[in-house]
Structures are given as structure tokens and as C-alpha cells.
Design a protein around this ligand. Structure first.
Ligand SMILES: [Zn+2]
Length: 106
């Protein structure tokens, strides 16, 4: 996750009838540790802690900080742009590279 504002984090879970489910049950949710802490301590309406509490109980979470690599094909970089703990990802497959970043357009 680049960050946890609702327009991004809202898709991590979904309602199915009267149940809430993970949208990607087999995924590892990779989240910046500072962004996770901000999500719980902020008074901003952009953070919906009910989503994060559900994730904490039901999802496989991986917290990262700074810059680094998840594996040989996925790198991440802390930007601190759009929000104080924003991060971006660079995906590499062979000679192809994809830069993944998101911000809110609200
Ligand atoms: Zn945002």
C-alpha cells in the first residue's frame, strides 16, 4: 500500500451479505509502519480504523520502513510526499520496470 487513506485502503476489504471479507485473502498486505501508526492516531477522516482493525485480526500484514526490497522483483522507496509516510513501489520483470505510486485526487 502506498498509504492508507480511505480511497486506497477501502478496497482491502469488502462486505458480502452481512459479513466482511478480505478482498485479497491470500495476499500479504505490505504497509509502511509509520503510516499504520498514523492511521490509528490521526483524527483525519481519511483513515477508517475499522478496516485496519479487521486487517489486524484477519490478514497477513507486513510492516516496512524506509527503502528496500520485498524480493528480487519488488522494491519500495519512502517518499514522505502526499502524506508523511507515503511510499512507492518499483516492479521489475526482466527488462521491464513498472513504477507504482498513488495519491488521492480529492
Ligand atoms: Zn491519499
Amino acid at each position: 500500500m502506498s498509504h492508507l487513506h480511505y480511497d486506497h485502503a477501502g478496497g482491502m476489504i469488502h462486505a458480502l451479505g452481512d459479513k466482511t471479507e478480505l478482498s485479497f485473502p491470500d495476499a500479504e498486505y505490505v504497509i509502511n509502519r509509520g503510516e499504520w501508526e498514523t492511521a490509528f492516531s490521526s483524527t483525519s477522516s481519511s483513515y477508517h480504523t475499522d478496516i485496519f482493525e479487521f486487517l489486524q485480526r484477519n490478514a497477513q500484514l507486513k510492516f516496512i520502513e524506509g527503502d528496500g526490497n520485498l524480493d528480487e522483483t519488488i522494491a519500495f522507496e519512502f517518499t514522505g510526499a502526499h502524506c508523511p509516510n507515503h511510499q512507492v513501489f518499483l516492479l521489475t520483470e526482466g527488462s521491464s520496470k513498472v513504477f507504482f505510486w498513488r495519491r488521492c485526487f480529492a
